[in-house]
Write a protein that binds this ligand. Structure first.
Ligand SMILES: Nc1nc2c(ncn2[C@@H]2O[C@H](COP(=O)(O)OP(=O)(O)OP(=O)(O)O)[C@@H](O)[C@H]2O)c(=O)[nH]1
Ligand SMILES: [Mg+2]
Length: 543
């Protein structure tokens, strides 16, 4: 069988090469379900933006978080506004809402308040596959596409409808306001359902919403500390199911990053800041009803209606936070909102999305695509006509299995097995594995003393030897997991050593750059950076 050339694509090299390989295989597949599935996966690779679904139980605070991330109130959120369908938010110069029906047709409808999700749909929500809310704000899906989902009201599981959206995503933000056994069961079920279907459970980020409700009526800084402690405990209990758990005050986040807070609200806040502490406590350390009742009896003139709106925008916790920011000397409204955005935890969510997922979007998406193709192969009965196409897909897997970055994505599963206690490792190896999975730079990933190519090669050689020795001592049942780690280290070594050898040749020949590789079989042996390809396990290994 002939090899296909890898397409070159600076921004997303692995996705582009994976797509090129898959297109080649598609040409060899006859019409049928397998071809349709592989074509769909290939098309998805062309959409460069990572997809983040927001899921969780009913009323968990999902849509509020979605609005905070969007920087606009486009998702229906609130005590009475339930999300009934899956909603995608996308940039488009022409705003509007498209209703995609389960029968494959779609229809345009008028947008709801502020250009967001309509209050009522012209069709029964059971006939709706999803909505797309289009908005002419380029920031809306520049880094990631958000998908809001309806909350599950079943005691344990994320329901099938929401799961269909989650399956199309690269990352799940799982929102919970009081993490408990029910969330563990939902996440376990989720893991069982999606494994091999595109979104591995390692790509789940837990969000503890309602930071303010964690401990009532303690000062904001203490409630924040309580929320961080609760989130850390939840992360421990949910280890292996979520990557980490981050606390957020969703309502404050929605306002701090949104466009609804105006100078009028800032002026009302400055008025409340004139109250002394006992008067503030009398007003704010009560329930919402009493807060509203006491507004008319304040010793200083503050517009009651504006304070009512402040309650909607920030809640009493957020008002307390905002007053403490004003007390600290912050005067301008944009600065006030920026400090609130920091304190409410939303910046940490965005930062974690960037560090954990967006920065590795290329291998992550390519890996998800290959997992989906594997799942399609497994569920489609073998036929004689599929033969050449299936063979092409097998070659694709084998070729891409030599990419260390792609293989590294899967090491999160090895870490999960270790955290669960299935794979027992000595302390040093446990540290290597954690660094390999979560390190954000080469230095962090491999625990380098210095960031030089020579140091990297020496360290990779040392690590490979260590893991080879562990491999021989690991019981057969879990040896494959250790082999995966060793192979990633070895592939990384050969990628690096190959690059160094190429550079030496180029310098010897007086050339400034390594020569271009012709397309064809040889080009398939090159990695994303143009480096010589890492070798497979059957090739010479490090001793
Ligand atoms: N106190 C407090 N309330 C919040 C916070 N975030 C959201 N809420 C409230 O919780 C309720 C539900 O919020 P939504 O964001 O609509 O919840 P959801 O998970 O999207 O709900 P469904 O779509 O019905 O499943 C609303 O009344 C929000 O105002 C928060 O940080 N603090
Ligand atoms: Mg909702």
């Amino acid at each position: 069988m002939t090899s296909v050339p890898y397409a070159s694509d600076e921004a997303a090299p692995l996705c582009a090469r994976t797509a090129a390989q898959l297109r080649w295989a598609v040409e060899l597949l006859p019409d049928g379900p397998l071809r349709t599935d592989v074509e769909a996966v290939t098309r998805r690779l062309a959409d460069r933006t990572i997809r983040v679904a927001v899921g969780g139980r009913l009323n968990a605070g999902k849509s509020t978080l979605v609005n905070a991330l969007l920087g606009q109130r486009l998702a229906a959120s609130g005590a009475t506004e339930r999300t009934t369908v899956n909603v995608w938010f996308r940039y488009h110069p022409l705003p509007g809402v498209t209703v995609h029906l389960v029968d494959g047709t779609s229809t345009l409808v008028a947008a709801g308040p502020g250009g967001g999700v309509p209050v009522d749909l012209p069709v029964d929500h059971r006939q709706v596959s999803h909505l797309t809310v289009r908005t002419p704000d380029r920031r809306i899906d520049r880094e990631f596409v958000l998908i809001d989902t309806p909350g599950s009201d079943s005691p344990t599981h994320l329901d099938d409808y929401a799961m269909a959206a989650v399956r199309q995503a690269d990352v799940l933000l799982y929102v919970m306001h009081s993490p408990g056994e029910v969330d563990r069961q939902a996440l376990e079920e989720f893991q069982a359902t999606v494994t091999g279907a595109g979104l591995p459970a390692r790509n789940v980020l837990g969000v503890l919403s309602r930071m303010d409700a964690v401990s009532d009526d303690r000062p904001p800084d203490q409630r924040r500390a309580d929320a961080h402690r609760l989130a850390a405990r939840a992360a421990q209990r949910l280890a292996g199911l979520v990557a980490e758990v981050l606390p957020v005050a969703g309502l404050v986040a929605q306002t701090a990053r949104g466009v609804d807070f105006t100078e009028r609200h800032a002026t009302a806040l400055r008025g409340l800041a004139g109250l002394d502490e006992p008067a503030r406590a009398r007003l704010l350390d009560v329930d919402d009803q009493r807060f509203l009742g006491r507004l008319g009896q304040l010793p200083i003139p503050v517009p009651v209606e504006d304070c009512r709106e402040l309650l909607d925008l920030l809640g009493r916790f957020g008002i307390r936070e905002a007053l403490s920011v004003l007390d600290s000397g912050v005067a301008d409204t944009p600065d006030l909102l920026a400090v609130l955005a920091h304190r409410c935890g939303i910046e940490q969510v965005v930062g974690t999305l960037r560090d954990r997922f967006i920065s590795v979007a290329d291998p992550l998406r390519a890996h998800s695509a290959l997992e989906q193709v594997r799942a399609a192969l497994a569920r489609t009965p073998v036929s004689v006509a599929d033969g050449p196409g299936r063979q092409a897909l097998r070659e694709t897997f084998a070729r891409l299995a030599r990419e260390p970055e792609l293989r590294r994505v899967a090491l999160a599963d090895v870490l999960q097995a270790h955290v669960r206690g299935d794979l027992v490792l000595p302390e040093d190896a446990s540290g290597h594995l954690r660094d390999l999975v979560s390190g954000r730079t080469t230095v962090e990933r491999f625990g380098l003393a210095a960031d030089t190519p020579a140091e990297l090669r020496d360290r990779l050689r040392e690590l490979t030897r260590r893991w080879r020795s562990l491999e021989s001592r690991t019981p057969r049942a879990h040896r494959r997991l250790v082999t995966d780690v060793r192979e990633v280290l070895e592939l990384s070594y050969f990628a690096e050593a190959g690059a160094a050898a190429e550079l030496a040749v180029a310098v010897d020949a007086g050339a400034a750059r390594p020569p271009e590789t012709p397309h064809g079989a040889e080009s398939s042996n090159r990695s994303a950076t143009g480096r010589k390809a890492p070798r497979c396990a059957e090739e010479p290994t490090i001793r």
